[in-house]
Design a protein around this ligand. Structure first.
Ligand SMILES: Cc1ncc(COP(=O)(O)O)c(C=O)c1O
Length: 389
């Protein structure tokens, strides 16, 4: 969360006072947010839902990914990315990241097999994936691209909104994200048919209120609708977000400049101007150097975030892919030819990179003095660590 204030409280109060808490009221907050967010990121359609996990699942289902399909996911992401693949009955293939801590396009191409239908690049920590390379490979191998932009609200890759570049994208608005309404998500796409399917995933009864597109046959889903409270909070958050992200970018570029001659290596970035700048990443020469650096500079080592690495995805590693044995994608006959061998050491390159990467968080409430203090700590840590490395 970057900031919440009086505007959000007022927005929630207005919804209470209007008595209109259901999203299908005319001129509602959810609809207004969807329109405004679509304009911001440059996508034709946006569908608000109750979480990033549901938004990802809706995106995959929207693109008709299901049993018999393999979907490539990176080794470094929140487990929800891979969970969404299983939620639609498909099988996640876990693939190495590179030093940018996002999906390695070379590893992606090597991992494509006869059943691979889609890839989910994840813009982790607001750093952007190498979308040019990924989109080119997807075109070459006829893969659908679902961008997990849950951590990249307001990120732009070469001028295009993160999430709007692939065939579909998904965002999270949970408490930890750049823009929050407590819990929430959004699926985006430029494709009208995919959007109808996404809306059906989010509300299979939505046609009672919104009408049924002439050529669309609704199907049964459990739904994941957002309320007007989430819409209202997000409208207030949307007013704030561009200025807050600009502030983070300014902070980050100040630190980058001040540490240029320190001997430290920044993690490579695919669009330094467009990334969210929520975190600054340094790649240290060895895991021990990363530990020593982090002790003085602060921040965290990406190998130790506790939940963002495939080694922590216990239900997937043990192939518990569903709540009922007959609905477990790992045992469905349609998936019998898909690859599903997982082990904790299957992506050694990723583990090595993550053990050497120290991430330092930016925050819009940090003033100039805070940034100066942070720069001093980073320089002291660099001096201490690089001298002995
Ligand atoms: C990369 C990534 N994907 C998906 C999600 C899932 O979002 P949610 O928690 O809103 O379901 C998250 C949330 O932490 C995330 O960081």
């Amino acid at each position: 969360m970057l900031r919440v204030g009086q505007e959000e409280t007022d927005a929630v109060r207005r919804v209470f006072e209007s008595g209109k808490m259901f999203r299908y009221d005319i001129d509602g907050e959810c609809g207004r947010f969807e329109q405004r967010y679509a304009e911001l990121i440059g996508s034709r359609h946006v569908a608000l839902s109750s979480s990033g996990s549901n938004a990802l699942t809706a995106a995959l289902a929207g693109l008709e990914i299901g049993p018999g399909d393999e979907v490539i996911v990176p080794a470094h992401t929140y487990m929800a990315t891979a969970n969404a693949v299983l939620a639609v009955g498909a099988i996640p293939i876990i693939v190495e990241i590179d030093e940018s801590i996002t999906l390695d396009p070379i590893a992606l191409e090597q991992a494509i097999g006869p059943h691979t239908r889609a890839v989910m690049p994840v813009h982790m920590w607001g750093q952007l994936c190498n979308m040019d390379a990924i989109m080119a490979l997807a075109a070459k191998h006829d893969l659908r691209v679902i961008e997990d932009a849950c951590q990249a609200v307001c990120g732009f890759y070469k001028g295009r909104g993160a999430g709007s570049i692939g065939h579909a994208g998904a965002f999270s608005f949970n408490y930890f994200k750049n823009m929050t309404c407590g819990e929430g998500g959004a699926t985006v796409t430029n494709d009208d048919h995919v959007f109808d399917r996404v809306r059906c995933m989010i509300d299979p009864c939505g046609f009672y209120w919104e009408g049924r597109p002439a050529t669309f046959e609704p199907f049964v889903t459990s739904g994941a609708r957002a309320s007007e409270f989430e819409g209202a909070i997000l409208n207030a958050q949307l007013d704030r977000i561009p200025a807050l992200i600009d502030k983070l970018r300014a902070q980050k570029s100040r630190i980058v400049q001040a540490t240029t001659d320190s001997g430290l290596t920044l993690s490579p970035r695919h669009d330094p101007e467009g990334e969210c700048a929520t975190a600054l990443m340094f790649l240290l020469p060895t895991p021990n150097a990363a530990i020593a650096f982090q002790k003085t500079a602060g921040g965290g080592i990406l190998a130790h975030t506790g939940r963002h690495n495939y080694t922590e995805w216990d239900p997937i590693l043990s192939r518990q892919g569903g709540h009922h044995p007959a609905l477990n994608p790992f045992t469905l006959p349609q998936n019998a030819d898909c690859r599903m061998e997982y082990s904790k050491d299957m992506c050694p390159k990723s583990l090595e990179i993550l053990a050497r990467t120290v991430s330092i968080g930016m925050h819009p409430d940090h003033g100039d003095d805070d940034v100066d203090a942070l720069i001093a700590k980073i320089l002291a840590a660099a001096k201490q660590v690089l001298a002995t490395a």
